[in-house]
Design a protein around this ligand. Structure first.
Ligand code: SAH
Length: 363
């Protein structure tokens, strides 16, 4: 039996690559190549908890797979359920890192909010994940694995929509995220329509360009949060590296519809002048504006804008001819905002020094 280190993790590969590897492997041990294709089904579309659980494969083949490959699980460390049906999962990774996944049911839809990094380097002033600092990028198996684990529950959760709005900055982990996008969308993966998959970013320019080059209709959401460089720098230090103007230009040249995310911070970014300036930016790139009520329990000492204040702000944007919606706050009783469950569990554990420049890996 080979050691774990030398066995390839099939869940880090796109379905097409995994299929190629598995068909070759089957032939190399004198099995029919189609056994390899049969195995791919059990990675994502009809996930199996282990090779032994792939009971439509001959026992000897399952054992051979086991000696050559791995399909590691993520350990479920905690689950919380909100009165509104939102469920929050905390997964523990092999090195002890913990990451969050949130499932948000809404009518016939189930939106899964997934994490792309353990911690985050960006330190947005209102965000709980930013507080903990950056630990490491997740592997494709750890990002897509969040979706896989929910499909493996006794009562499987099958998402209709995916948003990269959990912990981390997906476009600072493009190397893994690009594979995950394929796994999510591929008919041999989770077969979720590209228009139902949204990558949310602070505006990492090389990452936006890489996403724009993908032929699939993946959605892009930009965390704008302030309509001027001056204010945005205060809220989001990353604005020094990727200034608002350039982020808006990148959004404008993105061929698909873009969403602006705008968290409502009382007395900070919620004044009438902000609404007018934000509308002008949205018009420049035909963006849809999503106003997010501040989730309590983030970072900093902000006060949420009142519901009436948010309504007024939305009205001011609509009057400028820009499409706007107010996001429903979900799971507030279970600390379901970005990073909050992990922070609750890890309070005061010192993070590794945050890598402010966060490597951008564009393959
Ligand atoms: N790094 C990416 C994705 C993760 S955060 C990004 O910034 O877009 C997903 C969204 O949640 C972002 O818009 C982020 O600004 C927002 N967010 C973070 N903390 C929040 C809080 N306490 N209340 C409301 N939204 C928050």
């Amino acid at each position: 039996m080979t050691t774990t280190a030398s066995r390839a993790n099939l869940l880090d590969l796109s379905p097409a690559d995994a299929e190629r590897v598995l068909r070759d492997f089957a032939e190399s041990i004198g099995e029919q190549a189609y056994r390899g294709s049969q195995t791919v089904r059990h990675l994502w579309s009809a996930p199996a908890a282990s090779f032994q659980a792939m009971t439509d494969l001959p026992l000897a083949f399952r054992t051979a797979l086991e000696s050559a490959f791995t399909i590691p699980r993520l350990a479920l460390a905690a689950e919380q359920r909100s009165v509104d049906g939102t469920r929050k999962f905390l997964f523990r990774l092999h090195d002890g890192q913990t990451i969050e996944t949130v499932a948000i049911p809404d009518g016939d839809r189930v939106t899964l909010c997934i994490s792309s990094q353990a911690g985050c380097a960006l330190q947005c002033s209102f965000c709980a994940t930013g507080l903990m600092g950056f630990y490491r990028n997740l592997l494709p198996s750890e990002i897509a694995g969040q979706v896989r684990e929910l499909a493996l529950l006794a009562e499987p959760v099958r998402p209709t929509n995916i948003v990269f709005m959990g912990m981390g900055e997906p476009l600072m982990n493009w190397k893994a995220v690009q594979v995950v996008l394929t796994i999510l969308n591929d008919p041999k993966g989770f077969a979720i329509g590209a228009r139902h998959i949204t990558v949310s970013t602070v505006g990492v320019l090389p990452g936006i360009q890489a996403l724009a080059k993908r032929p699939e209709q993946f959605r892009l959401a930009i965390s704008v949060h302030a309509p001027s460089d001056e204010l945005r720098r205060q809220l989001m230090p990353v604005n020094i590296k990727f200034p608002l103007e350039q982020v808006i230009d990148a959004a404008a040249s993105f061929s698909r519809r873009v969403t602006f995310e705008y968290v409502m911070l009382g007395g900070v970014n919620d004044q009438p002048a902000h609404a007018v300036a934000l509308s002008a930016l949205a018009k420049r790139c035909g963006a849809f504006v999503n106003l997010i009520p501040l989730h309590p329990g983030g970072a900093g000492s902000y006060t949420p804008t009142s519901p009436e204040g948010i309504k007024r702000f939305a009205g001011a944007i609509a009057r400028q001819g820009v499409e706007v919606a107010v996001r429903k706050s979900r799971g507030t009783d279970i600390a379901a905002a970005c990073g909050q469950l992990r922070v609750e569990r890890l309070r005061r554990r010192a993070p590794r020094s945050p890598n402010q420049d966060g490597e951008v890996e564009v393959a």
